[in-house]
Design a protein around this ligand. Structure first.
Ligand SMILES: *Cc1c(COP(=O)(O)O)cnc(C)c1O
Length: 367
C-alpha cells in the first residue's frame, strides 16, 4: 500500500550538497554566535517582507514574545488574539504578564474583526492576528480598527511566510510581525529559528537587547530578558532555503489547486479569496465526518492531522481565566482536519489521497 506521510523532513541529495556547503562556510569562518549569516538572513528577510529591519531570534514563540516585549506590552494590558492557533501564540502573551483575550474566527479559520470589535476595552493595548494555515487575515478591517482605537498590531506570521493580500506580504501590515522558521514551517530551518520585523529603529534596538539578556554592548543589562539569539548555522541554512522558497510555495499552491479540483463537490475545501495568495502551510478540510474520514484515510496509508484540536482558551492552562467569545470556533474545531500538502508529494500522491476521500464519501457519507 502507498504510504503518504503528513510531512517529510528529509533533505534530498541536491539540497543536501548546498546546505552542507553553507554550514561548512560557518565552520570555516568560526563566527558561530551571531555570525555574518545572521545579519545576511535578517537583511534578506526584511527585503522580502518589505520592512526596514529584521531581528533573528531562536524560535517563533520567542519572536511573538519578544515582539510584545519590544512594544512595551506587559502586566495590566490585554491583547486580543484568535482562539484558534498553536498555543505558542497565547503563551507569548501570557509570559509578558499581559492577559490574552480570545476572539472568534470566520469560516476561513482566521480571526473575525467584528468579534475583535466587540471585545475592545480600555485595557486592550494590542491586536495579535495569526495568519492561520498560511492565509492572510482580514488586515484592512483589523488595521482600521487599530487606527480608530490607537492599538498596536502584532502579526503572527509563523504559518504564512510568502503569503500576500492585494500584493502586500504577510508581516508588512502591523506595527511589528513575528515569524517562525521551525522545521515544519513553509520556510524551514533544520532546527529552531524565528525572526521579528519592524520599521522602527528604536523597536529594532530594543529587540536586539531583549534577544540577549536585555544587554546593550553585550555587557550592560537594561532590562531583564533571556537568551533568544538566532543560531548562525540555522541562518546559513535559511539563507539558502529562501532562494527556493517561492518554487516550494508554487508547488504547494499547485497541490492545493489539484485537491480543490478533485474534491470541490465532495467536501468543504479551503477557498482562496479574491486578492489572496495563500501558501498552504495546511490544507484544511471541514467535515462533520472528520473522525471517521481520518480513520478511513489512515487505513489507506494516509497520515492526516488536526491543527489544532484544542482551542487556546480551552487549554487547561487558560480555561476559565480570560475573557473571550468563540462559539463559532468551538463548532469549527470539531470539523477541521488537514490533508498532507507538502512539496514532496507527487501529483499521483495527491490524486491517490483525493480518490480515497472520494471513496469515503461515496461509501454513503454526506459532506
Ligand atoms: C509554529 C507556530 C508558532 C511558534 O513557533 P516555534 O518556532 O515553534 O516556537 C507560533 N505561532 C504559530 C501560529 C505557529 O504556527
Amino acid at each position: 500500500m502507498r504510504k503518504i506521510p503528513f510531512l517529510d523532513l528529509r533533505v534530498d541529495d541536491k539540497e543536501r550538497t548546498c546546505l552542507l556547503a553553507a554550514v561548512d562556510a560557518v565552520f570555516r569562518h568560526g563566527r558561530i554566535l551571531l555570525g555574518p549569516e545572521v545579519e545576511a538572513f535578517e537583511s534578506a528577510l526584511a527585503v522580502n517582507v518589505g520592512r526596514r529591519f529584521a531581528v533573528g531570534v531562536n524560535s517563533g514563540t520567542d519572536a511573538v514574545y519578544l515582539a510584545l516585549r519590544a512594544l512595551g506590552i506587559g502586566p495590566g494590558d490585554e491583547v486580543i488574539t484568535t482562539s484558534m492557533s498553536w498555543i505558542a501564540t497565547a503563551n507569548a502573551i501570557a509570559l509578558t504578564g499581559a492577559a490574552p483575550v480570545f476572539a472568534d474566527v470566520e469560516d476561513n479559520l482566521n480571526i473575525d474583526p467584528e468579534s475583535v470589535d466587540r471585545l475592545l476595552s480600555p485595557r486592550v493595548k494590542a491586536i495579535l492576528p495569526v495568519h492561520f494555515t498560511g492565509s492572510v487575515c482580514n488586515m484592512p478591517a483589523l488595521m482600521a480598527l487599530a487606527t480608530r482605537h490607537q492599538l498596536l498590531v502584532i502579526e503572527d506570521v509563523a504559518q504564512a511566510y510568502g503569503a500576500t493580500l492585494d500584493g502586500k506580504p504577510a508581516g508588512s501590515f502591523g506595527t511589528i510581525a513575528a515569524f517562525s522558521m521551525n522545521p515544519m514551517k513553509v520556510l524551514a530551518a533544520c532546527g529552531e529559528a524565528g525572526a521579528v520585523v519592524t520599521d522602527d529603529v528604536e523597536t529594532r534596538d530594543r529587540l536586539i537587547a531583549l534577544r540577549y539578556n536585555g544587554t546593550v554592548n553585550r555587557e550592560t543589562c537594561i532590562e531583564p530578558s533571556h537568551n533568544g539569539r538566532l543560531d548562525t548555522v540555522q541562518a546559513a541554512i535559511l539563507l539558502q532555503r529562501m532562494k527556493t522558497c517561492s518554487a516550494l510555495v508554487a508547488r504547494r499552491r499547485a497541490i492545493a489547486a489539484l485537491y480543490r479540483k478533485l474534491l470541490y463537490n465532495i467536501v468543504k475545501t479551503p477557498v482562496e479569496r479574491l486578492g489572496h495568495h495563500d501558501v498552504y502551510y495546511n490544507f484544511t478540510l471541514q467535515t462533520p465526518h472528520r473522525d471517521e474520514l481520518r480513520l478511513f484515510l489512515e487505513s489507506r496509508g494516509i497520515e492526516t492531522k488536526i491543527q489544532h484540536p484544542i482551542l487556546m482558551p480551552e487549554q487547561p492552562a487558560y480555561s476559565g481565566r480570560y475573557r473571550g467569545e468563540y462559539s463559532h470556533a468551538k463548532e469549527l474545531v470539531k470539523h477541521i482536519m488537514c490533508l498532507p500538502v507538502h512539496e514532496k508529494l507527487s501529483d499521483e500522491d495527491v490524486c491517490y489521497v483525493a480518490q480515497c476521500v472520494v471513496d469515503f464519501f461515496k461509501g454513503g457519507k454526506n459532506a
